[in-house]
Design a protein around this ligand. Sequence first.
Ligand code: ZN
Length: 411
Amino acid sequence: MKSLALLHASQLVTLAGPKRPRVGAEMSELGIIRDGGILIRDGRIAIIGPRAEIEKKAAGAEIVDLGGRVVLPGFVDAHTHLVFAGNRIDDFERRARGETYEQIAKAGGGIWSTVEKTRAATEADLFAQAKKHAEWFLKCGTTTVEAKSGYGLTVEDELKILRVMRQLNRETPFEVVSTFLGAHAVPRDSPGEKYVDLVINEMLPRVAKEKLAEFCDVFCERGYFDVEQSRKILSAAKQLGLKLRGHVDQLTNSGGAKLMAELGAATADHLEKTDEQGIAALKNANVQPVLLPGSVYALGSTSYPRAREMIEAGLAVVLATDFNPGSSPTPSMPMVLSLACTQMKMSPPEAITASTINAAYSLNRDDIGSLEPGKAANVAIFDCEDYRELAYWFGFPQTHAVFVRGKQISF
Ligand SMILES: [Zn+2]
């Protein structure tokens, strides 16, 4: 592969720093290089620094003039439900008209409608739709996502979803880190305890044997999987070598954050209702909180998680979209940055750290999330001069170009 020199960035937001998730004041240190450049070789960052320095070393390289734009590492979205069939536009209209979740479910909507459509879809259909979703993410500047199964809820349908993720990794430049979320909802056609047994005894061993996921997740919530059931499922996953994430404390403060701390999970996600004891438990166990303001917004709620307290407690906060057809139909990390700053009072640099380097570490990836020599050349270029404009101007795309492992993505 030819080498490539990207020159004339108004701000190169490198996120260079210690090789671990950033906490406290470190979350505001972005390592910005003004009038910067990057030399890329074989898909990796060879040198990064002031433009004049890179220009001197760029002999023979293809030159790309960035025209004074902002350059960031590609966003890393550490919580998405990327693979599903159809959409929930009718639910969206019903909610807008004031109907409750129960009314919507009764009318044939809700998560179960997505499960039915996803079960009915062929693997090829699901792949085609997931590929479209992947293009949306790339257009927003996101180059890696974590993606969860959870709309199949049978052995074969869960495996089908995970295989679609593997195919995306193999056949597209988009990078997917797979999570098994068989315990997303209790299927209508199976009682709770029996379904928990199915997840533990049949689904998890297949997922592990076929190496279809790196992480296991559960929806720990009243009416879904309680703390005891969640502990059982996640403990079984851990024994099989999977790392853990969890949907916890979203609707009620039910001890989910403490459970994730007890199990040594990589992340505890949502946390809208987590209190100071939950925050302290996460801190003691070094669990990273993944905050999902897009779902709070799209559900018309104002119950945002306590981001400031978490940062002040020293937690390595992560921001993600929670992209899904029901509660957070957005692939846009810039939208999430806007929500983080306006609704959760995170500063723009904290929000950038949470959606890049901290997100990468939460996925156990040390070669993405910052622009440093040796890392993958996953680069997002935006039509603005100051990175804060990404969170400031909201509701329209500012993406100019995206490179994954040194190759420009066309869209
Ligand atoms: Zn989710």
